[in-house]
Design a protein around this ligand. Structure first.
Ligand code: SF4
Length: 297
């Protein structure tokens, strides 16, 4: 974005696809949990809090060359683990440095939201924290336990509804295929059920991938993971979408991992999505599926 950019990023650095044009500000390093069976994001990083003076200095340095920043994303894994006092100091510095900023967002874990009082969440929202991204992954408690997410259906709903009550928008992620064939139906049905209860503003579905091989995930998943074909993945998607009862959630399955791209609003586009999925299941060669060579049809 900038020549001689004045932020000293500690790699690897992750952000949601929709934050591609945001200023990414690292306020923590890694993830406090770092134990989800499918996640390799911060394996090489120990969770650390970035020094406040370093964060504030970087905000001021960016403001000198780009004062017109409109969107800021706080990284890494879960900056909501920071104290509210620390977060408010950072949010206030962002607002002061970038007068045109209109959205500040971050990743969050339900437990870190639950740990904050309603008043603290309202204060964070008032200071500009408009949206949080939460990897729900699954609404099924058995699958959540096997993947070692450290959250349950109940904690996820409690945390996310608490943020919602403070006016913070929710963008949530479900992981297609994360329970394998054995748990596919309950994972899909309960993932729809949790979204129905939360009614997030945004939801996306990614497909589980295995950067270090399927065996590694099988071991971490208690040896219970049964690999899925593209057909199985699409069938799971069909069950998931058919169980959704959403009122106005912007929905996407357009990540690089997705075989079938869906984009629209649920429930308005539910019937259309189900038609597209059904066509892809019955006509995989004609459906324009992406990277189908990676799994058997
Ligand atoms: S909480 Fe998020 S970042 Fe941390 S290990 Fe799990 S998926 Fe990865």
């Amino acid at each position: 974005m900038f020549y001689n950019f004045p932020i000293n990023y500690e790699q690897p650095l992750f952000r949601p696809p929709s934050e591609a044009d945001s200023l990414i500000l690292q306020v923590t390093f890694g993830c406090t949990w770092n134990k989800c069976a499918f996640c390799e994001m911060y394996n090489m990083k120990q969770f650390q809090i970035k020094k406040e003076e370093d964060v504030l200095r970087e905000i001021e340095a960016v403001a000198k060359i780009e004062p017109g920043v409109r969107k800021v994303f706080l990284a890494d894994g879960n900056p909501m683990a920071l104290s509210t006092k620390r977060l408010l100091t950072i949010l206030e510095a962002i607002n002061k440095a970038f007068p045109r900023v209109r959205r500040i967002s971050t990743y969050a874990l339900p437990r870190d939201i639950i740990a904050k009082s309603p008043e603290e969440l309202i204060a964070l929202k008032a200071a500009g924290l408009k949206m949080i991204y939460v990897g729900i992954e699954s609404g099924d408690d058995e699958v959540l336990t096997l993947m070692n997410k450290g959250e349950t259906y109940e904690t996820t709903v409690t945390g996310l509804l608490k943020a919602k009550a403070a006016g913070i928008k929710l963008s949530v992620i479900i992981l297609n295929g994360v329970g394998g064939l054995k748990y596919s139906h309950q994972h899909a049905a309960n993932s729809a059920r949790i979204l129905n209860e939360i009614q997030p503003e945004f939801a996306s579905v990614l497909v589980l991938s295995f950067p270090y091989g399927v065996e590694r995930y099988q071991t971490k998943f208690g040896g219970e993971y049964v690999e899925m074909t593209i057909h199985d993945i699409l069938k799971e998607m069909e069950v998931f979408i058919s169980h959704t009862e959403l009122e106005g959630t912007i929905f996407r399955s357009n990540h690089a991992s997705n075989y079938l791209v869906l984009s629209g609003v649920l429930g308005k586009d539910k019937a259309n999505f189900l038609e597209l999925i059904s066509f892809a299941i019955n006509n995989p060669e004609l459906a324009g599926l992406r990277h189908e060579w990676q799994r058997g049809l």
